[in-house]
Design a protein around this ligand. Structure first.
Ligand SMILES: [Fe+2]
Length: 189
C-alpha cells in the first residue's frame, strides 16, 4: 500500500511533467517537489529502500509509472562506491537524504553526432551535495558524470526521479573514446 505522501508526490510529479514539453522546464517544475519530499521521506521509505551491497551502490526502486514516463529510486552509496562514467538519456532530479553525495562532471569536447565512437571527454568540476540538496540534469547534450562517495566519507542515500524507467543508460570509456548502452537491474520492493 503506497503512503499518501508518495501518492501525492507521484500525482504532482505527473501533473507537472506531463504539461512540460521541454526537459529543462520539467526539472524546474519538479525540483521543488523533490526538495519537499526529502523531509517527508520517513513517511514512505521502508527498510527495503535502504538495501545496500558491498559489491556496489544499490538502486532500490520506489515507484515506476505503468506508462514508463517516470521512475523514482532510493540509491544507497557505501563509502568508496561510484558509478562508471555515464549519462541517462533523460531528465533527472536528485535529492540527498543522508550523507554527502559527490558528482564529478565530464565535458564533451567533440561534436555530438549521436555516434558511439570518437567521443572526446575532459573532466569538469565536482559538486558536493549534502542532505537537503537537490540537483538536476537534462539530456541533449547529455549530462555525463560519475556519482558516488569517496572512501573517507560515510554512506549517502539519495532520491532519484527520472523522466522514464531507468533500465538502461550509456557507459563511457573515456580513454577509448567510446560509449555503449547497458541494461541495469534494480531492487524492486
Ligand atoms: Fe547519473
Amino acid at each position: 500500500m503506497m503512503s499518501s505522501t508518495l501518492q501525492d508526490f507521484i500525482h504532482q510529479a505527473k501533473v507537472r511533467s506531463s504539461g512540460q514539453c521541454e526537459p529543462a522546464d520539467c526539472v524546474l517544475a519538479l525540483a521543488p517537489l523533490v526538495l519537499d519530499l526529502i523531509n517527508q521521506a520517513d513517511d514512505f521509505l521502508t527498510p527495503e529502500h535502504y538495501r545496500c551491497d558491498a559489491a556496489g551502490y544499490t538502486r532500490n526502486l520506489i515507484y515506476c509509472a505503468p506508462d514508463q514516463s517516470l521512475s523514482l529510486y532510493a540509491i544507497v552509496w557505501l563509502p568508496g562506491q561510484w558509478t562508471p562514467v555515464h549519462d541517462h538519456g533523460s531528465w533527472g532530479v536528485v535529492g540527498v537524504l543522508e550523507g554527502v553525495l559527490e558528482e564529478r562532471s565530464y565535458v564533451r569536447l567533440s561534436a555530438d553526432r549521436g555516434a558511439d565512437e570518437g567521443i572526446d571527454l575532459t573532466r569538469g568540476g565536482a559538486v558536493l551535495l549534502a542532505r537537503g540538496s537537490v540537483t538536476s540534469f537534462v539530456p541533449n547534450p547529455d549530462h555525463i558524470h560519475v556519482t558516488g562517495v569517496p572512501d573517507d566519507r560515510p554512506r549517502a542515500v539519495s532520491l532519484h526521479l527520472y523522466g522514464r524507467t531507468m533500465s538502461d543508460f550509456n557507459l563511457y570509456d573515456v580513454p577509448g573514446r567510446t560509449r555503449r548502452r547497458i541494461q541495469v537491474a534494480h531492487n524492486e520492493s
